[in-house]
Ligand binder design. Structure first.
Ligand code: GDP
Ligand code: MG
Length: 598
Protein backbone atom coordinates (compact mmCIF):
# COMPACT_ATOMS: atom_id res chain seq x y z
CA UNK A 1 0.00 0.00 0.00
CA UNK A 2 2.96 2.28 -0.71
CA UNK A 3 1.03 3.78 -3.61
CA UNK A 4 -1.91 4.69 -1.33
CA UNK A 5 0.46 7.12 0.36
CA UNK A 6 1.39 9.06 -2.73
CA UNK A 7 -0.39 12.19 -3.94
CA UNK A 8 0.58 13.87 -7.20
CA UNK A 9 -0.83 17.33 -7.65
CA UNK A 10 -0.33 20.63 -9.39
CA UNK A 11 -1.42 24.16 -8.67
CA UNK A 12 -3.39 26.04 -11.26
CA UNK A 13 -4.25 29.71 -11.09
CA UNK A 14 -4.31 32.95 -12.95
CA UNK A 15 -1.01 34.81 -12.87
CA UNK A 16 -0.32 36.60 -9.55
CA UNK A 17 -3.02 34.79 -7.62
CA UNK A 18 -0.38 33.19 -5.41
CA UNK A 19 0.71 29.78 -6.76
CA UNK A 20 4.40 30.25 -6.11
CA UNK A 21 3.82 31.71 -2.66
CA UNK A 22 1.58 28.79 -1.74
CA UNK A 23 4.21 26.37 -3.04
CA UNK A 24 6.78 28.06 -0.79
CA UNK A 25 4.49 27.66 2.22
CA UNK A 26 3.90 23.98 1.49
CA UNK A 27 7.63 23.39 1.25
CA UNK A 28 8.17 25.31 4.47
CA UNK A 29 5.44 23.49 6.33
CA UNK A 30 6.82 20.10 5.40
CA UNK A 31 10.31 21.16 6.47
CA UNK A 32 11.85 20.29 3.17
CA UNK A 33 14.27 23.16 3.44
CA UNK A 34 15.72 24.74 6.52
CA UNK A 35 14.68 28.29 7.27
CA UNK A 36 18.06 29.46 6.01
CA UNK A 37 17.76 27.68 2.69
CA UNK A 38 14.26 28.95 2.24
CA UNK A 39 14.50 31.86 -0.11
CA UNK A 40 11.44 33.44 -1.56
CA UNK A 41 9.81 31.46 -4.37
CA UNK A 42 12.12 28.50 -4.29
CA UNK A 43 10.62 26.93 -7.34
CA UNK A 44 11.20 29.91 -9.60
CA UNK A 45 14.87 29.15 -9.96
CA UNK A 46 15.67 31.07 -13.11
CA UNK A 47 16.93 34.60 -12.50
CA UNK A 48 14.44 35.89 -14.99
CA UNK A 49 11.59 34.23 -13.12
CA UNK A 50 12.64 35.90 -9.91
CA UNK A 51 12.96 39.30 -11.53
CA UNK A 52 9.70 39.19 -13.36
CA UNK A 53 7.94 37.34 -10.59
CA UNK A 54 6.47 34.83 -12.99
CA UNK A 55 6.92 31.13 -13.40
CA UNK A 56 8.30 30.06 -16.76
CA UNK A 57 9.40 26.47 -16.38
CA UNK A 58 7.48 24.02 -14.28
CA UNK A 59 9.53 22.59 -11.43
CA UNK A 60 8.49 19.44 -9.63
CA UNK A 61 9.21 18.92 -5.94
CA UNK A 62 8.65 16.04 -3.52
CA UNK A 63 7.34 16.72 -0.03
CA UNK A 64 6.95 14.38 2.93
CA UNK A 65 3.86 15.12 5.02
CA UNK A 66 2.87 13.57 8.33
CA UNK A 67 -0.88 13.71 8.28
CA UNK A 68 -3.16 14.15 11.27
CA UNK A 69 -4.33 10.59 10.61
CA UNK A 70 -0.91 9.42 11.76
CA UNK A 71 0.32 8.27 8.36
CA UNK A 72 3.20 9.60 6.29
CA UNK A 73 2.51 10.75 2.73
CA UNK A 74 4.70 11.53 -0.23
CA UNK A 75 3.34 14.60 -2.01
CA UNK A 76 4.64 15.48 -5.45
CA UNK A 77 3.95 19.08 -6.34
CA UNK A 78 4.38 20.44 -9.82
CA UNK A 79 4.21 24.22 -9.98
CA UNK A 80 2.90 25.55 -13.23
CA UNK A 81 3.21 28.80 -15.12
CA UNK A 82 0.09 30.94 -15.30
CA UNK A 83 0.83 33.02 -18.36
CA UNK A 84 -1.07 32.50 -21.56
CA UNK A 85 2.09 31.69 -23.53
CA UNK A 86 2.86 28.77 -21.29
CA UNK A 87 -0.41 26.86 -21.32
CA UNK A 88 1.54 24.06 -22.91
CA UNK A 89 3.66 23.60 -19.79
CA UNK A 90 0.48 23.52 -17.73
CA UNK A 91 -1.08 20.78 -19.81
CA UNK A 92 2.06 18.70 -19.33
CA UNK A 93 2.04 18.93 -15.58
CA UNK A 94 -1.67 18.24 -15.43
CA UNK A 95 -1.20 14.95 -17.24
CA UNK A 96 1.28 13.83 -14.58
CA UNK A 97 -1.12 14.46 -11.65
CA UNK A 98 -4.30 13.14 -10.04
CA UNK A 99 -5.28 16.39 -8.43
CA UNK A 100 -5.08 20.15 -8.73
CA UNK A 101 -5.20 22.98 -6.25
CA UNK A 102 -7.24 25.70 -7.86
CA UNK A 103 -5.99 28.96 -6.38
CA UNK A 104 -8.18 32.04 -6.75
CA UNK A 105 -7.33 35.47 -5.41
CA UNK A 106 -10.03 36.52 -2.94
CA UNK A 107 -9.84 40.12 -4.11
CA UNK A 108 -9.87 39.40 -7.85
CA UNK A 109 -12.05 36.36 -8.38
CA UNK A 110 -11.85 34.12 -11.40
CA UNK A 111 -9.85 35.36 -14.37
CA UNK A 112 -9.43 34.21 -17.95
CA UNK A 113 -6.40 32.06 -17.19
CA UNK A 114 -8.08 30.49 -14.17
CA UNK A 115 -10.74 29.22 -16.51
CA UNK A 116 -8.39 28.00 -19.22
CA UNK A 117 -6.31 26.02 -16.71
CA UNK A 118 -9.18 24.61 -14.74
CA UNK A 119 -10.82 23.33 -17.88
CA UNK A 120 -7.60 21.51 -18.73
CA UNK A 121 -7.67 19.95 -15.27
CA UNK A 122 -11.32 18.95 -15.64
CA UNK A 123 -10.60 17.41 -19.03
CA UNK A 124 -8.02 15.19 -17.37
CA UNK A 125 -10.49 14.24 -14.61
CA UNK A 126 -8.33 15.66 -11.86
CA UNK A 127 -9.69 16.05 -8.33
CA UNK A 128 -9.92 19.77 -7.82
CA UNK A 129 -9.54 21.54 -4.49
CA UNK A 130 -10.73 25.14 -4.67
CA UNK A 131 -8.56 27.45 -2.58
CA UNK A 132 -9.34 31.08 -1.98
CA UNK A 133 -6.11 32.96 -1.29
CA UNK A 134 -5.21 36.38 0.10
CA UNK A 135 -7.96 36.44 2.71
CA UNK A 136 -5.69 38.71 4.76
CA UNK A 137 -6.45 41.61 2.43
CA UNK A 138 -9.21 44.01 3.51
CA UNK A 139 -10.88 43.81 0.11
CA UNK A 140 -11.05 40.01 0.19
CA UNK A 141 -14.55 38.69 -0.53
CA UNK A 142 -14.39 34.90 -0.16
CA UNK A 143 -18.16 34.33 -0.32
CA UNK A 144 -18.34 36.14 -3.57
CA UNK A 145 -15.44 34.12 -5.00
CA UNK A 146 -17.07 30.89 -3.81
CA UNK A 147 -20.20 31.80 -5.70
CA UNK A 148 -18.11 32.58 -8.77
CA UNK A 149 -16.43 29.20 -8.61
CA UNK A 150 -19.82 27.50 -8.49
CA UNK A 151 -21.48 29.66 -11.13
CA UNK A 152 -18.66 29.94 -13.62
CA UNK A 153 -16.67 26.74 -13.26
CA UNK A 154 -19.57 24.68 -12.03
CA UNK A 155 -17.81 22.85 -9.25
CA UNK A 156 -18.98 22.89 -5.63
CA UNK A 157 -17.14 25.46 -3.53
CA UNK A 158 -18.77 24.93 -0.15
CA UNK A 159 -15.64 23.25 1.08
CA UNK A 160 -13.25 25.73 -0.56
CA UNK A 161 -10.29 26.46 1.68
CA UNK A 162 -9.76 30.03 2.81
CA UNK A 163 -6.07 30.82 3.13
CA UNK A 164 -3.41 33.46 3.11
CA UNK A 165 -0.31 32.03 1.48
CA UNK A 166 1.59 35.16 2.38
CA UNK A 167 0.71 35.05 6.09
CA UNK A 168 0.84 31.27 6.29
CA UNK A 169 -2.84 30.96 7.26
CA UNK A 170 -4.64 27.71 6.41
CA UNK A 171 -1.59 25.86 5.00
CA UNK A 172 -2.07 22.80 7.24
CA UNK A 173 -5.64 22.52 5.95
CA UNK A 174 -4.32 22.55 2.40
CA UNK A 175 -1.99 19.64 3.14
CA UNK A 176 -4.80 17.70 4.83
CA UNK A 177 -7.10 18.34 1.89
CA UNK A 178 -4.46 17.05 -0.53
CA UNK A 179 -4.32 13.80 1.42
CA UNK A 180 -8.07 13.47 1.84
CA UNK A 181 -9.51 14.79 -1.37
CA UNK A 182 -7.00 13.82 -4.05
CA UNK A 183 -7.01 10.22 -5.23
CA UNK A 184 -3.81 8.21 -4.93
CA UNK A 185 -2.26 7.03 -8.21
CA UNK A 186 -3.78 3.86 -9.63
CA UNK A 187 -0.83 2.17 -11.39
CA UNK A 188 0.44 -1.38 -11.00
CA UNK A 189 4.13 -1.92 -10.26
CA UNK A 190 4.00 -5.50 -11.53
CA UNK A 191 3.10 -4.49 -15.07
CA UNK A 192 5.79 -3.58 -17.64
CA UNK A 193 7.28 -0.09 -17.17
CA UNK A 194 5.31 2.84 -18.53
CA UNK A 195 6.60 6.29 -17.67
CA UNK A 196 5.34 9.54 -19.17
CA UNK A 197 8.04 12.12 -19.95
CA UNK A 198 6.61 15.50 -18.93
CA UNK A 199 9.81 17.49 -19.21
CA UNK A 200 13.46 17.00 -19.91
CA UNK A 201 16.61 18.92 -19.38
CA UNK A 202 20.24 18.67 -20.28
CA UNK A 203 22.92 18.13 -17.69
CA UNK A 204 26.54 18.40 -18.78
CA UNK A 205 27.55 15.34 -16.78
CA UNK A 206 24.52 13.07 -16.79
CA UNK A 207 23.23 13.82 -20.28
CA UNK A 208 19.58 14.40 -21.12
CA UNK A 209 17.46 13.78 -18.05
CA UNK A 210 13.79 12.86 -18.38
CA UNK A 211 11.31 14.08 -15.78
CA UNK A 212 8.75 11.32 -15.57
CA UNK A 213 5.55 10.19 -14.01
CA UNK A 214 5.80 6.42 -13.63
CA UNK A 215 2.36 5.00 -14.41
CA UNK A 216 3.09 1.24 -14.26
CA UNK A 217 6.08 -0.92 -13.45
CA UNK A 218 9.37 0.19 -11.95
CA UNK A 219 12.76 1.47 -13.01
CA UNK A 220 16.20 1.35 -11.43
CA UNK A 221 19.87 1.83 -12.25
CA UNK A 222 21.14 -0.72 -14.75
CA UNK A 223 17.73 -1.34 -16.37
CA UNK A 224 17.55 -1.17 -20.14
CA UNK A 225 14.83 1.23 -21.22
CA UNK A 226 13.22 1.95 -24.56
CA UNK A 227 11.65 5.14 -25.89
CA UNK A 228 8.36 4.03 -27.39
CA UNK A 229 8.19 6.66 -30.14
CA UNK A 230 11.64 5.96 -31.59
CA UNK A 231 12.47 2.46 -30.32
CA UNK A 232 15.85 3.75 -29.13
CA UNK A 233 17.30 1.92 -26.12
CA UNK A 234 19.44 3.16 -23.25
CA UNK A 235 20.84 1.90 -19.97
CA UNK A 236 19.65 3.72 -16.87
CA UNK A 237 22.52 5.33 -14.97
CA UNK A 238 20.47 6.99 -12.24
CA UNK A 239 16.90 7.45 -11.05
CA UNK A 240 15.88 9.98 -8.46
CA UNK A 241 13.42 12.47 -7.05
CA UNK A 242 13.08 16.22 -6.72
CA UNK A 243 13.93 17.11 -3.14
CA UNK A 244 13.91 19.80 -4.60
CA UNK A 245 17.28 19.24 -6.24
CA UNK A 246 17.74 16.00 -8.11
CA UNK A 247 18.59 13.35 -5.51
CA UNK A 248 19.23 9.71 -6.55
CA UNK A 249 16.98 6.98 -5.13
CA UNK A 250 17.13 3.20 -5.48
CA UNK A 251 14.13 2.87 -7.72
CA UNK A 252 11.07 4.58 -9.11
CA UNK A 253 7.80 2.68 -9.00
CA UNK A 254 4.25 3.03 -10.28
CA UNK A 255 2.76 6.28 -8.99
CA UNK A 256 6.10 8.05 -8.51
CA UNK A 257 7.21 11.33 -9.97
CA UNK A 258 10.95 11.48 -10.52
CA UNK A 259 13.72 11.57 -13.07
CA UNK A 260 15.60 9.04 -15.17
CA UNK A 261 19.12 9.59 -16.48
CA UNK A 262 20.58 7.17 -19.02
CA UNK A 263 23.63 8.86 -20.60
CA UNK A 264 21.40 10.16 -23.35
CA UNK A 265 23.48 12.46 -25.54
CA UNK A 266 20.66 14.17 -27.34
CA UNK A 267 17.66 15.76 -25.68
CA UNK A 268 15.65 14.97 -28.81
CA UNK A 269 15.70 11.38 -27.58
CA UNK A 270 13.79 12.38 -24.46
CA UNK A 271 10.84 13.83 -26.29
CA UNK A 272 8.25 15.31 -23.98
CA UNK A 273 5.03 13.29 -24.18
CA UNK A 274 6.85 10.08 -25.08
CA UNK A 275 6.49 6.89 -23.03
CA UNK A 276 9.53 5.15 -21.57
CA UNK A 277 9.19 1.39 -21.26
CA UNK A 278 11.43 -1.55 -20.45
CA UNK A 279 13.57 -2.87 -23.32
CA UNK A 280 13.39 -6.45 -22.02
CA UNK A 281 9.72 -6.46 -21.12
CA UNK A 282 8.11 -3.68 -23.13
CA UNK A 283 4.56 -2.42 -22.67
CA UNK A 284 2.28 -2.96 -25.64
CA UNK A 285 0.84 0.52 -26.02
CA UNK A 286 2.25 3.91 -25.11
CA UNK A 287 0.47 6.35 -22.82
CA UNK A 288 -1.57 9.04 -24.52
CA UNK A 289 0.97 11.69 -25.56
CA UNK A 290 0.67 15.40 -25.77
CA UNK A 291 -0.50 17.66 -28.49
CA UNK A 292 2.51 18.77 -30.45
CA UNK A 293 3.29 22.39 -29.68
CA UNK A 294 3.13 24.76 -32.54
CA UNK A 295 5.04 27.99 -32.36
CA UNK A 296 2.76 30.88 -33.21
CA UNK A 297 5.12 33.83 -33.31
CA UNK A 298 8.29 34.13 -35.35
CA UNK A 299 11.11 36.61 -35.53
CA UNK A 300 14.64 36.85 -36.84
CA UNK A 301 17.49 36.82 -34.34
CA UNK A 302 20.88 37.98 -35.55
CA UNK A 303 24.17 38.47 -33.74
CA UNK A 304 25.06 42.16 -33.53
CA UNK A 305 28.58 41.07 -34.38
CA UNK A 306 28.67 38.64 -37.31
CA UNK A 307 31.56 36.79 -35.62
CA UNK A 308 29.09 35.56 -33.01
CA UNK A 309 27.02 33.48 -35.43
CA UNK A 310 28.36 30.12 -34.23
CA UNK A 311 28.01 31.20 -30.60
CA UNK A 312 24.41 32.12 -31.24
CA UNK A 313 23.73 28.74 -32.82
CA UNK A 314 25.33 27.05 -29.85
CA UNK A 315 23.28 29.09 -27.39
CA UNK A 316 20.02 28.38 -29.25
CA UNK A 317 20.78 24.66 -29.26
CA UNK A 318 21.46 24.70 -25.54
CA UNK A 319 18.31 26.66 -24.78
CA UNK A 320 16.26 24.30 -26.88
CA UNK A 321 17.36 21.43 -24.70
CA UNK A 322 15.38 22.93 -21.86
CA UNK A 323 12.64 24.45 -23.91
CA UNK A 324 11.23 22.10 -26.48
CA UNK A 325 8.76 24.74 -27.66
CA UNK A 326 11.55 26.91 -29.08
CA UNK A 327 12.26 26.24 -32.75
CA UNK A 328 14.83 27.84 -35.04
CA UNK A 329 16.36 27.54 -38.46
CA UNK A 330 19.25 29.35 -40.16
CA UNK A 331 18.24 32.49 -42.02
CA UNK A 332 20.05 35.21 -43.89
CA UNK A 333 19.19 38.81 -44.33
CA UNK A 334 20.78 41.26 -46.74
CA UNK A 335 20.71 43.84 -43.97
CA UNK A 336 21.66 41.72 -40.99
CA UNK A 337 23.76 38.92 -42.40
CA UNK A 338 23.61 35.39 -41.01
CA UNK A 339 21.19 34.60 -38.21
CA UNK A 340 18.19 32.48 -37.32
CA UNK A 341 14.46 32.52 -37.83
CA UNK A 342 13.01 31.50 -34.48
CA UNK A 343 9.52 30.40 -33.48
CA UNK A 344 7.87 30.97 -30.10
CA UNK A 345 4.63 30.20 -28.31
CA UNK A 346 3.91 33.88 -27.86
CA UNK A 347 5.42 37.30 -27.32
CA UNK A 348 6.38 36.77 -23.70
CA UNK A 349 8.10 33.55 -24.65
CA UNK A 350 9.97 35.44 -27.36
CA UNK A 351 11.09 38.18 -24.98
CA UNK A 352 12.24 35.65 -22.46
CA UNK A 353 14.29 33.67 -24.95
CA UNK A 354 15.93 36.87 -26.18
CA UNK A 355 16.75 37.95 -22.68
CA UNK A 356 18.14 34.56 -21.75
CA UNK A 357 20.34 34.55 -24.86
CA UNK A 358 21.73 37.94 -24.01
CA UNK A 359 22.23 37.26 -20.33
CA UNK A 360 23.14 33.65 -20.02
CA UNK A 361 25.17 33.49 -23.20
CA UNK A 362 26.49 37.01 -23.24
CA UNK A 363 25.34 37.78 -26.76
CA UNK A 364 24.47 41.08 -28.36
CA UNK A 365 21.47 40.52 -30.58
CA UNK A 366 19.43 42.25 -33.21
CA UNK A 367 15.87 40.98 -33.42
CA UNK A 368 13.35 41.72 -36.11
CA UNK A 369 9.66 42.44 -35.69
CA UNK A 370 7.62 39.39 -34.76
CA UNK A 371 5.28 37.85 -37.28
CA UNK A 372 2.97 34.87 -37.67
CA UNK A 373 2.69 32.03 -40.18
CA UNK A 374 0.75 33.00 -43.29
CA UNK A 375 -0.61 30.57 -45.83
CA UNK A 376 0.17 31.86 -49.28
CA UNK A 377 -1.87 30.29 -52.09
CA UNK A 378 -0.01 30.75 -55.35
CA UNK A 379 -1.61 30.99 -58.76
CA UNK A 380 0.20 27.79 -59.76
CA UNK A 381 -1.64 25.86 -57.06
CA UNK A 382 1.24 25.72 -54.57
CA UNK A 383 0.62 26.60 -50.93
CA UNK A 384 3.45 28.21 -48.97
CA UNK A 385 3.59 28.38 -45.19
CA UNK A 386 5.37 31.65 -44.77
CA UNK A 387 6.97 32.73 -41.52
CA UNK A 388 9.27 35.35 -42.96
CA UNK A 389 7.75 38.35 -44.75
CA UNK A 390 10.82 38.83 -46.92
CA UNK A 391 10.13 35.48 -48.59
CA UNK A 392 6.71 36.55 -49.87
CA UNK A 393 6.49 35.74 -53.59
CA UNK A 394 5.87 38.39 -56.23
CA UNK A 395 2.33 39.78 -56.11
CA UNK A 396 1.63 38.41 -59.59
CA UNK A 397 2.31 34.88 -58.34
CA UNK A 398 -0.10 35.13 -55.41
CA UNK A 399 -3.71 34.07 -55.64
CA UNK A 400 -4.62 34.86 -52.05
CA UNK A 401 -3.17 34.87 -48.53
CA UNK A 402 -4.66 33.48 -45.33
CA UNK A 403 -3.74 34.53 -41.82
CA UNK A 404 -4.16 32.79 -38.45
CA UNK A 405 -7.16 33.75 -36.35
CA UNK A 406 -7.47 33.13 -32.61
CA UNK A 407 -10.55 32.84 -30.45
CA UNK A 408 -10.00 35.24 -27.62
CA UNK A 409 -11.91 35.42 -24.36
CA UNK A 410 -11.66 38.59 -22.38
CA UNK A 411 -13.02 38.87 -18.88
CA UNK A 412 -13.71 42.36 -17.65
CA UNK A 413 -15.71 44.53 -15.28
CA UNK A 414 -18.71 45.89 -17.20
CA UNK A 415 -17.48 49.48 -17.17
CA UNK A 416 -14.69 48.60 -19.62
CA UNK A 417 -16.89 46.86 -22.20
CA UNK A 418 -16.92 49.93 -24.45
CA UNK A 419 -13.16 50.37 -24.25
CA UNK A 420 -12.53 46.75 -25.09
CA UNK A 421 -14.92 46.84 -28.02
CA UNK A 422 -13.04 49.82 -29.36
CA UNK A 423 -9.65 48.19 -28.88
CA UNK A 424 -10.75 44.89 -30.41
CA UNK A 425 -12.36 46.59 -33.36
CA UNK A 426 -9.20 48.54 -33.91
CA UNK A 427 -7.38 45.19 -34.05
CA UNK A 428 -9.78 43.77 -36.63
CA UNK A 429 -11.55 41.66 -34.02
CA UNK A 430 -14.93 40.10 -34.83
CA UNK A 431 -17.27 40.27 -31.87
CA UNK A 432 -18.92 36.90 -31.19
CA UNK A 433 -20.80 37.50 -28.00
CA UNK A 434 -20.84 38.51 -24.40
CA UNK A 435 -22.09 36.73 -21.29
CA UNK A 436 -22.69 38.17 -17.90
CA UNK A 437 -20.73 36.16 -15.35
CA UNK A 438 -22.18 38.20 -12.58
CA UNK A 439 -23.81 41.57 -12.33
CA UNK A 440 -20.62 43.55 -12.76
CA UNK A 441 -18.47 41.29 -14.89
CA UNK A 442 -18.70 39.91 -18.38
CA UNK A 443 -16.94 37.42 -20.59
CA UNK A 444 -16.47 38.77 -24.10
CA UNK A 445 -15.61 36.53 -27.02
CA UNK A 446 -13.81 37.65 -30.15
CA UNK A 447 -12.13 36.25 -33.21
CA UNK A 448 -8.97 38.31 -33.71
CA UNK A 449 -6.15 37.90 -36.22
CA UNK A 450 -3.09 36.68 -34.33
CA UNK A 451 -1.05 39.25 -36.20
CA UNK A 452 -2.97 41.98 -34.37
CA UNK A 453 -2.42 40.67 -30.89
CA UNK A 454 1.23 39.71 -31.05
CA UNK A 455 2.42 43.28 -30.87
CA UNK A 456 1.03 44.88 -27.79
CA UNK A 457 -2.57 43.81 -27.40
CA UNK A 458 -1.97 42.51 -23.93
CA UNK A 459 -0.31 45.74 -22.79
CA UNK A 460 -3.00 47.84 -24.42
CA UNK A 461 -5.73 45.80 -22.76
CA UNK A 462 -4.11 46.07 -19.36
CA UNK A 463 -3.49 49.80 -19.55
CA UNK A 464 -6.96 50.63 -20.84
CA UNK A 465 -8.70 48.62 -18.15
CA UNK A 466 -6.36 49.57 -15.30
CA UNK A 467 -5.28 45.94 -15.17
CA UNK A 468 -8.79 44.63 -14.50
CA UNK A 469 -9.37 42.74 -17.73
CA UNK A 470 -7.84 39.34 -18.31
CA UNK A 471 -7.30 37.60 -21.56
CA UNK A 472 -6.80 34.16 -23.00
CA UNK A 473 -6.65 32.86 -26.56
CA UNK A 474 -6.24 29.78 -28.65
CA UNK A 475 -5.62 29.24 -32.32
CA UNK A 476 -8.89 28.84 -34.19
CA UNK A 477 -7.86 28.51 -37.81
CA UNK A 478 -6.94 30.39 -40.95
CA UNK A 479 -8.92 32.98 -42.85
CA UNK A 480 -8.42 34.77 -46.13
CA UNK A 481 -7.38 38.34 -45.63
CA UNK A 482 -6.37 41.33 -47.65
CA UNK A 483 -2.72 41.52 -46.72
CA UNK A 484 0.16 43.39 -48.29
CA UNK A 485 3.88 43.49 -47.74
CA UNK A 486 5.20 46.77 -46.46
CA UNK A 487 8.85 47.43 -47.26
CA UNK A 488 11.11 49.99 -45.69
CA UNK A 489 13.82 51.79 -47.63
CA UNK A 490 16.59 53.64 -45.90
CA UNK A 491 18.66 55.91 -48.07
CA UNK A 492 17.04 54.23 -51.06
CA UNK A 493 17.98 50.70 -49.96
CA UNK A 494 15.36 48.14 -49.03
CA UNK A 495 16.02 46.78 -45.53
CA UNK A 496 14.65 43.26 -45.67
CA UNK A 497 14.70 42.84 -41.91
CA UNK A 498 12.15 45.62 -41.56
CA UNK A 499 9.61 44.25 -44.04
CA UNK A 500 6.29 43.27 -42.56
CA UNK A 501 2.94 41.92 -43.64
CA UNK A 502 0.06 44.23 -42.84
CA UNK A 503 -3.65 44.38 -43.50
CA UNK A 504 -4.51 46.69 -46.40
CA UNK A 505 -6.73 48.92 -44.27
CA UNK A 506 -3.97 49.62 -41.83
CA UNK A 507 -1.00 49.87 -44.09
CA UNK A 508 -1.00 53.65 -44.51
CA UNK A 509 -1.12 54.29 -40.81
CA UNK A 510 1.53 51.68 -40.12
CA UNK A 511 3.78 53.12 -42.85
CA UNK A 512 3.46 56.61 -41.42
CA UNK A 513 4.20 55.52 -37.88
CA UNK A 514 7.12 53.35 -38.89
CA UNK A 515 8.84 56.04 -40.90
CA UNK A 516 8.34 58.48 -38.03
CA UNK A 517 9.79 56.05 -35.52
CA UNK A 518 12.74 55.25 -37.70
CA UNK A 519 13.42 58.91 -38.38
CA UNK A 520 13.63 59.46 -34.63
CA UNK A 521 15.89 56.51 -33.95
CA UNK A 522 18.43 56.96 -36.75
CA UNK A 523 21.17 59.41 -35.77
CA UNK A 524 22.08 62.22 -38.10
CA UNK A 525 24.80 61.52 -40.61
CA UNK A 526 26.87 63.83 -42.80
CA UNK A 527 24.23 63.52 -45.48
CA UNK A 528 20.45 63.57 -45.67
CA UNK A 529 18.79 60.17 -45.26
CA UNK A 530 15.37 59.48 -46.75
CA UNK A 531 13.31 56.92 -44.82
CA UNK A 532 10.54 55.52 -47.00
CA UNK A 533 7.78 52.96 -46.76
CA UNK A 534 6.63 51.20 -49.91
CA UNK A 535 4.21 48.61 -51.21
CA UNK A 536 5.96 47.08 -54.21
CA UNK A 537 7.42 50.06 -56.04
CA UNK A 538 4.88 52.54 -54.71
CA UNK A 539 6.16 54.83 -51.93
CA UNK A 540 3.38 55.50 -49.43
CA UNK A 541 5.20 57.38 -46.67
CA UNK A 542 8.43 59.32 -46.32
CA UNK A 543 10.44 61.03 -43.63
CA UNK A 544 13.92 62.53 -43.76
CA UNK A 545 16.77 62.38 -41.31
CA UNK A 546 18.42 65.77 -41.81
CA UNK A 547 22.15 66.03 -42.39
CA UNK A 548 24.46 67.11 -39.60
CA UNK A 549 25.37 70.76 -39.87
CA UNK A 550 29.04 71.60 -40.38
CA UNK A 551 29.49 73.72 -37.27
CA UNK A 552 28.37 70.82 -35.06
CA UNK A 553 31.19 68.79 -36.50
CA UNK A 554 33.66 71.60 -36.14
CA UNK A 555 33.02 71.60 -32.41
CA UNK A 556 33.86 67.94 -32.15
CA UNK A 557 37.18 68.35 -33.82
CA UNK A 558 38.16 71.40 -31.80
CA UNK A 559 40.97 71.60 -29.22
CA UNK A 560 40.19 69.83 -25.96
CA UNK A 561 41.88 66.46 -26.16
CA UNK A 562 40.07 64.72 -23.29
CA UNK A 563 36.74 65.80 -24.61
CA UNK A 564 37.60 64.45 -28.02
CA UNK A 565 38.73 61.16 -26.49
CA UNK A 566 35.51 60.82 -24.55
CA UNK A 567 33.54 61.46 -27.68
CA UNK A 568 35.48 58.83 -29.58
CA UNK A 569 34.95 56.31 -26.81
CA UNK A 570 31.28 57.05 -26.74
CA UNK A 571 31.12 56.53 -30.47
CA UNK A 572 32.88 53.20 -30.10
CA UNK A 573 30.38 52.10 -27.46
CA UNK A 574 27.57 53.13 -29.73
CA UNK A 575 29.13 51.32 -32.68
CA UNK A 576 28.63 47.94 -31.11
CA UNK A 577 24.94 48.56 -31.06
CA UNK A 578 24.73 49.80 -34.64
CA UNK A 579 24.14 48.02 -37.92
CA UNK A 580 25.61 49.33 -41.11
CA UNK A 581 23.04 49.42 -43.91
CA UNK A 582 24.72 50.77 -47.02
CA UNK A 583 26.22 54.06 -45.91
CA UNK A 584 23.85 54.42 -42.97
CA UNK A 585 24.30 53.28 -39.40
CA UNK A 586 21.10 52.10 -37.77
CA UNK A 587 20.86 51.47 -34.05
CA UNK A 588 19.57 48.11 -32.93
CA UNK A 589 16.56 49.57 -31.19
CA UNK A 590 15.27 50.71 -34.57
CA UNK A 591 14.55 47.12 -35.47
CA UNK A 592 12.40 46.71 -32.39
CA UNK A 593 10.87 50.20 -32.36
CA UNK A 594 8.28 49.08 -34.85
CA UNK A 595 6.88 46.80 -32.16
CA UNK A 596 5.34 49.57 -30.18
CA UNK A 597 3.22 51.51 -32.55
CA UNK A 598 0.53 52.83 -30.23
P1 GDP B 1 1.80 33.41 -8.98
O1 GDP B 1 1.99 34.27 -10.19
O2 GDP B 1 0.45 32.78 -8.97
O3 GDP B 1 2.91 32.42 -8.77
O4 GDP B 1 1.77 34.40 -7.73
P2 GDP B 1 2.85 34.69 -6.62
O5 GDP B 1 2.92 33.60 -5.63
O6 GDP B 1 4.11 35.12 -7.29
O7 GDP B 1 2.16 35.92 -5.88
C1 GDP B 1 1.83 37.13 -6.53
C2 GDP B 1 1.83 38.28 -5.54
O8 GDP B 1 0.79 38.11 -4.57
C3 GDP B 1 3.13 38.39 -4.75
O9 GDP B 1 3.43 39.75 -4.59
C4 GDP B 1 2.78 37.74 -3.43
O10 GDP B 1 3.55 38.24 -2.36
C5 GDP B 1 1.32 38.11 -3.27
N1 GDP B 1 0.57 37.15 -2.44
C6 GDP B 1 0.56 35.81 -2.56
N2 GDP B 1 -0.24 35.26 -1.62
C7 GDP B 1 -0.71 36.28 -0.87
C8 GDP B 1 -1.59 36.36 0.27
O11 GDP B 1 -2.07 35.37 0.80
N3 GDP B 1 -1.86 37.61 0.74
C9 GDP B 1 -1.34 38.73 0.18
N4 GDP B 1 -1.66 39.90 0.73
N5 GDP B 1 -0.52 38.69 -0.87
C10 GDP B 1 -0.20 37.49 -1.40
MG1 MG C 1 4.66 31.96 -9.88
Amino acid sequence: DRIKHIRNFCIVAHIDHGKSTLADRLIEKTNLLSQREMEKQVLDSMDLEKERGITIKLTPVRLIYNSKNGEEYELNLIDTPGHVDFTYEVSRSIAACEGALLVVDATQGIEAQTLANVYLALEHDLDIIPIINKIDLPSADPDFVKKEIEDIIGIPADDALLISAKMGIGIEEVLEAIVERIAPPSGDENLPLKALIFDSYYDNYKGAISFVRVVDGNCRQGDRIKMMSSGKEFEVTEVGKFIPNLIPVKELKAGDVGYIAASIKNVKDTRVGDTITSAENPAETPLPGYKKVTPMVFCGIYPADGQDYENLRDALEKLQLNDASLVFEPDTSAALGFGFRCGFLGLLHMEIVQERLEREYNLDLVTTAPGVIYKVYKTNGEVLELNNPSNLPELTEIDHVEEPIVSASIMTPTEYVGTIMELSQDRRGVFLGMEYIEQTRVLMRYDIPLNEIIYDFFDALKSRTKGYASFDYELKGYKESNLVKLDILINGEKVDALSMIVHKDKVNERARKMTERLKDSIPRHLFEIPVQAAIGSKIIARETVKALRKNVLAKCYGGDITRKKKLLEKQKEGKKRMRQIGKVEIPQEAFMSILKLD
